[in-house]
Design a protein around this ligand. Structure first.
Ligand SMILES: Cc1cc2nc3c(=O)[nH]c(=O)nc-3n(C[C@H](O)[C@H](O)[C@H](O)COP(=O)(O)OP(=O)(O)OC[C@H]3O[C@@H](n4cnc5c(N)ncnc54)[C@H](O)[C@@H]3O)c2cc1C
Length: 498
């Protein structure tokens, strides 16, 4: 970086999905843009790189998806029963999951722009495909999609970041790696740039607008414990080690308003022996999301949760917290052979903590850390519980439930009766934090009295107000792309006008 680079129209902090969308949008609206990224190039892309690339957006049947998917395979043409995922369904999901706390204006912007933004991402080179086998199982010869998540990005998070950065490069946008932003430059008018660390020096970069898109505070043990509470220091981090809350902190220091669920986080079941931060070679495969077909057992040998309360897409983000709350902060997911074919690839990776046996007695001895005697009683009680005469169907909330247990399993409660039995040990893996900065529907960061701070925009994980308690999977990338695109457009407009 030489002196000539020290002034530009728009600085984007971060290089993940929200940042890349913001940068491309600012560029297409005529601005000169640079991006600052804390990580080295080979680790770029933040949490976005770690994603499975699930993308939640509104669609009214297959006709809406065809333009996004391009050519369909024969299976896709013939064997699919595609439902709709309407604006109303997306609103219902956001409302129900957040206990009706999500910011209505931001939610509306996210939902109403979701399809168009998916099209825009495609126009920037991001390829999309159906989520066959993950969010649709074949029943009676047809794949039926559930959970409003029919599409994922081709190549997952790595494919997403590769595609967006290819376009960033083509657009002549410089990305400065190993250049963490430290704080915001400002004067009486508002934000006028960024102070950053680059090649051992502290430098000042001037711009007409700054877009913060540098993630939440999930990788900052101290902030996690301070805001999420006791034992969150013991959680594993599923993704990047670079999201330390720096963007949130520098905006708060300037008088930005904090909003959203600061004691809440997206956290899932994650292999108990996974490393402390994400490993790009394994990606998100340490996740273990097929618990709706298992019984979940804690160290006391007890079940502690309704495994079948809903499709995992609606419960997985809050069940990590439940695992963290168990003695020893771990739990075992126990399956029988009948449901093995439903388990995702994530259950067959080499780096897995697994026990298998032909009898429950043998299995009990292999479930490390578990009260084996009580485990055997729990299985007996679960298998003996009365159930309606309802067929098991993984594509619907099948109502096959237990009755009379202290904690009933309310769907997919088949008996565990077909050996070999297999079990997987998980702990809590934190994905991202929910609390963050308050923004307007134009992605402007507001101050403590609610007035936009001139020249400061934000998008992605560090925005607060969208998620409380739980999360509809695939909406993190949607929110980052929608608000990143808006932030880029508005930052470019501001740069033109000043
Ligand atoms: C394992 C895993 C799987 C997931 N799967 C999905 C999925 O399938 N679908 C979905 O929608 N969501 C998924 N998510 C959530 C999703 O990753 C996030 O919602 C989304 O990627 C956030 O994008 P972002 O651009 O805001 O942040 P990030 O992609 O994390 O980007 C933030 C960037 O800022 C950089 N940075 C941090 N501090 C600084 C600083 N001071 N200066 C400069 N740069 C800085 C970081 O290095 C990083 O590159 C998943 C998350 C994980 C961890």
């Amino acid at each position: 970086m030489n002196d000539a680079n020290l002034e530009t129209d728009v600085i984007v902090v971060g290089a993940g999905n929200a940042a890349a969308c913001a940068a491309l949008s600012a560029r297409e609206n005529g601005a000169e843009v640079i991006m600052l990224e804390a990580s080295p190039k080979e680790l770029r892309g933040g949490n976005s790189t770690f994603t499975g690339g699930m993308l939640r957006f509104v669609y009214n049947g297959m006709e809406d998806l065809i333009p996004l998917l391009g050519e369909l395979t024969e299976t896709e043409r013939n064997d699919i029963e595609m439902d709709t995922y309407t604006e109303e369904q997306f609103f219902d999901d956001m409302g129900r999951l957040t206990q009706y706390r999500c910011d209505p204006d931001l939610t509306e912007v996210m939902i109403k722009n979701s399809y168009e933004t998916a099209e825009w991402m495609r126009s920037k080179g991001v390829k999309l495909q159906l989520t066959l086998g993950q969010h649709a199982f074949k029943v009676d010869g047809k794949f039926k999609f559930w959970g409003g998540l029919a599409v994922q990005i081709w190549g997952g998070g790595k494919g997403l970041i590769e595609a967006l950065h290819t376009r960033v490069e083509q657009e002549g946008i410089s990305v400065y790696y190993e250049t963490p932003a430290l704080d915001l430059l400002h004067d009486d008018l508002g934000v006028s740039g960024v102070r950053a660390r680059h090649e051992g020096r502290t430098i000042e970069l001037r711009a007409k607008a700054v877009i913060l898109a540098c993630g939440g505070f999930e990788s900052n043990t101290e902030m996690r414990t301070r805001y999420l509470g006791p034992n969150w220091d013991l959680a594993k981090v599923r993704g990047t080690r670079f999201n330390t809350g720096a963007g949130i902190q520098m905006a708060l220091d300037l008088g930005a308003r904090a909003t959203g669920h600061w004691s809440g986080a997206h956290a899932v079941a994650w292999d108990v022996n996974a490393p402390p931060f994400g490993d790009l070679d394994v990606g998100d495969s340490f996740q273990k999301h097929n618990y709706p077909y298992c019984i979940y057992i804690n160290a006391d040998g007890e079940r502690f949760i309704d495994e079948g309360a809903n499709f995992h897409t609606y419960t997985y983000a809050k069940y990590g917290r439940e695992v963290l709350a168990q003695p020893g902060h771990f739990a075992w997911q126990v399956f029988d052979q009948k449901v093995s074919h439903l388990l995702r690839e994530d259950y067959r990776i080499r780096q897995i903590t697994k026990a298998e046996a032909d009898t429950f007695e043998e299995l009990a001895a292999k479930l490390e850390g578990v009260d084996g005697a009580r485990f055997l009683e729990t299985v007996r009680e679960y298998n003996d519980a009365p159930r309606p005469d309802t067929p098991f169907d993984p594509n619907i909330l099948d109502g096959l439930r237990t009755q009379g247990l202290a904690i009933d399993k309310t769907n997919w409660a088949t008996k565990l009766d077909t050996p070999p039995y297999h079990a997987y040990c998980v702990t809590c893996g934190v994905t991202f934090t929910f609390g963050g900065l308050q923004i307007t529907t134009g992605a402007e960061v507001v101050d403590t009295i609610g007035k936009p701070i001139q020249g400061l925009y934000a998008a992605g994980e560090l925005v607060g107000g969208l998620y409380f308690h739980a999360y509809a999977s695939g909406s993190g990338l949607t929110s980052g792309a929608v608000f990143g695109r808006i932030a880029g457009r508005n930052a470019a407009r501001l740069a033109r006008e000043t």
